[in-house]
Each structure stands twice: as C-alpha cells, then as structure tokens.
Design a protein around this ligand. Sequence first.
Ligand code: AR6
Length: 172
Amino acid sequence: MKIVLVEGDITEQRVDAIVNAANSSLMGGGGVDGAIHRRGGPEILEECRALRASRYGRGLPTGQAVATTAGRLPARWVIHTVGPVHSRSEDRSHLLASCYRESLVVADALGAGTVAFPAISTGIYRWPVEDAARIAITAIRQAAPTVVEEVRFVLFSTAAYAVFDSALRDIG
Ligand code: AR6
C-alpha cells in the first residue's frame, strides 16, 4: 500500500473514497465534517440519518467506520469514522489507530482502490499532530492487506504536511 501526502482540501480529492472525521451523531459538525457535508450536499446527511435509524441508534462508536455516498463530491464514497477526543489522563491511541484500520476495512468492502484521509482528531478533538501522525502512519503500515492501493493523507496546512512528512520518513 502506497502512502502519499498532499497539502490541500480533502473535498477536492479525486479518489474512490474520502474519510470524514465525524462525530458519533453522524449529523455533521465543524471542521472537515462541515466541509464535506457543505460541498457534498444533502444526500450525504440523508444517508447518515438512515444509518442512525437502522444500525446506529446510539450513534457510531468511537474508532468505528461506515460508508455513505459522496453526493456531489468528486469521490465515490465518504467513509465516516469517529476519532477519540485527546485526553492527557488516558491513552486513547488505540481508538485513533482503529479509525484508520476500520476505515480501510470499509474501503476494502467497497472495492475502493484509492482512499484519502484527513488528520483525524487533530482539530476540534485536539490531538497533537506529531503523535497523531505517528499513530496514523503506523496503523496504515500494520493494517491487514486490502484492495486499497493508495492511501492519501490530505493535510490542511503546511505545518501539518511537514509533520506527516517527517513521520513518514521515520516510520517508512
Ligand atoms: N480538508 C482536509 N483537512 C481538513 C479540512 C479539509 N477541508 N478541514 C479541516 N481539516 P477536525 P476532529 C483538518 O476538527 O479533530 C467536527 O465538528 C483540520 O485542520 O475536522 O477529528 C466533527 O463533527 C485538522 O487537522 O476533526 C466532530 O465533532 C483535521 O482536519 C469533530 O469536529 C481534523 O480536524 C471532530 O474533530
């Protein structure tokens, strides 16, 4: 599985699936979640509502992932995952790693060859980017084989790009 880093906006990526850093409600929010729903249109929220009604009455648990249409976005699917809020008192890194792993499992089931990820939990959920980058790249490297050939990390700032670049060089 090839890992590619780009600086940019995930809603503009021409890939099979983009991953959304959602919250358990699946009803939208700020950050990348807000951007995806805004640019993708109401179809995505409609499918999220249906998922709440059918499979996730109590919300999508942290660390899990589920797919919907990508609406008007250039991607084919949006994979929604719920990152953990960063905590100083509790190590939640296994939940952050789980977001990447479970998103790849969903991508595999869809037959998605290219998948774009944002830096999950590093915005509103306050995860330090250095740590999040190491966890993200390690999780991708340790994931079971899938049909996914390219994982693209889409970093929203030059600073975040530099951190992921350094982590990728270290981990390989
Ligand atoms: N493309 C790529 N990355 C982006 C974009 C974009 N268009 N917009 C923001 N980022 P965040 P979280 C980066 O806050 O920390 C929502 O309200 C951003 O700079 O979007 O997992 C949800 O509903 C940061 O590096 O997600 C949840 O309630 C990264 O994406 C909560 O926020 C993640 O920041 C989830 O918080």
